[in-house]
Design a binder for this molecule. Structure first.
Ligand code: PLP
Length: 373
């Protein structure tokens, strides 16, 4: 009953959560990452379901995403990972969000803000151990000084983020973990022992790199059923997760064209034989990558069929020659399964020359979400 929609299985996300929990083990907290609207699976429905499954923390990117979860009734701790501008401090404190602080200047400012409110506010501190993006690169002495001077703040966690976690030939992960451990030990020696120590996103959990778990792990992508293809000498996958989202769109028209007919903008496809073409109600405004023009695929009538011509803003065209039992009103599957055929976000990403994260996060707001199963 929609032009284009995603079918989302909250039970599959719950099953993925338990699969990752199992790898993390009973002593490690697992904080589901639900930023970017839970990679477009819907932050509130996903967090509400995982809270019922036992999640005690969620991680988002910014204060607006955290506030949205609070307004949606989420009671668990909410970690805001993506830094904040001064105007976001009020939301952080007011909605009981725990910010990650990324520099000692920001730490001192947040401490003054907390003191002015007459409150003691929690935070996690992020170390830049080699990602070179967010996180402090200050010396241990400076860090210790800033932490102990911030008398209106409470350090609940220490974290870092790996740059090359899926590359099992790179020494970078080991180096980053060692840099983190050096700071942790120096702080501990001075009596500063934050309870939550976390470094790992999906990849180290999916491949059971338990020496990188600390006391908390932060998987995102794997909750939604994907693990990026590793490079190098990867161990076997330890968490068996499955995609929780199928993306479909309505076939609006089916037409028969003669040999030599051209299809779409700039006539990028020319029929090599009499062909049957399906015009489908989704385009790049819905998140179909434009780079799939003339090279992607979709599923129709239980078969993998080529995406032909340019991806338009609102439409794509499929070559369904050889699918006689396909009619206007039937669905095409852009991501998911149809009969025995399957084409997932990783397949789409590979053909589009992007990553599965970008495929999922790119699914547009016109695509109606339908929850089931
Ligand atoms: C997005 C993000 C994660 C989750 O990453 P996945 O690869 O999706 O598991 C974890 N930590 C931080 C800091 C992030 O920004």
């Amino acid at each position: 009953m929609h032009r284009t929609w995603v079918e989302i299985s909250l039970s599959q996300i719950a099953a993925n959560y338990h699969a990752l929990r199992h790898v993390a083990g009973p002593c490690v907290h697992l904080v589901p990452v639900v930023k970017a609207d839970a990679y477009r699976h819907g932050a509130i429905p996903v967090a509400a379901r995982l809270e019922r499954e036992g999640a005690r923390w969620f991680a988002v990117s910014n204060s607006a995403e955290g506030l949205q979860l609070r307004d949606g009734g989420i009671q668990a701790g909410i970690l805001v990972m993506g830094d904040f501008a001064p105007f976001e401090r009020e939301t952080l404190a007011g909605a009981d969000l725990t910010p990650v602080i990324h520099s000692l200047t920001r730490l001192r400012e947040y401490d003054s803000f907390a003191r002015a409110r007459g409150a003691v506010l929690p935070y996690h501190l992020k170390l830049d151990t080699g990602m070179g993006r967010l996180g402090t690169r200050a010396s241990v002495g400076e860090i210790l000084d800033a932490i102990t001077s911030a008398s209106s703040l409470r350090l609940d966690g220490l974290m870092t983020h790996f740059a090359s976690a899926s590359d099992f030939d790179s020494p970078q992960t080991v180096e980053q973990a060692a840099a983190f451990e050096r700071v942790r030990q120096a702080l501990a020696a001075a009596g500063v022992r934050p309870p939550l120590l976390h470094l790992s996103s999906s990849a180290p959990v999916a491949f059971n790199q338990s020496h990188l778990f600390g006391t908390m792990v932060r998987p995102g992508l794997a909750l939604y059923g994907y693990v990026s293809p590793p490079s190098g000498n990867a161990p076997p996958l330890a968490a068996h997760v499955k995609p929780a989202l199928a993306w479909r769109a309505c076939i609006l028209e089916i037409k028969e064209v003669e040999t030599g007919a051209t299809i779409g903008y700039n006539a990028r496809w020319r029929a090599p034989r009499p062909s049957r073409i399906a015009v489908v109600a989704a385009g790049y405004a819905d998140g179909v990558p434009h780079s799939l023009s003339n090279r992607g695929h979709a599923l129709a009538a239980g078969r993998l069929v080529p995406l032909i011509g340019a991806v338009s803003m609102d439409l794509i065209t499929l070559d369904v020659t050889g699918c006689p039992n396909l009619w206007p009103g039937d669905p095409a599957t852009l991501i998911g399964e149809d009969g025995d055929a399957r084409y997932d976000a990783e397949d789409m990403a590979r053909e589009a020359g992007i990553i599965s994260y970008a495929v999922l996060c790119g699914i547009g707001h016109r695509v109606v979400r339908v929850y089931g199963g």
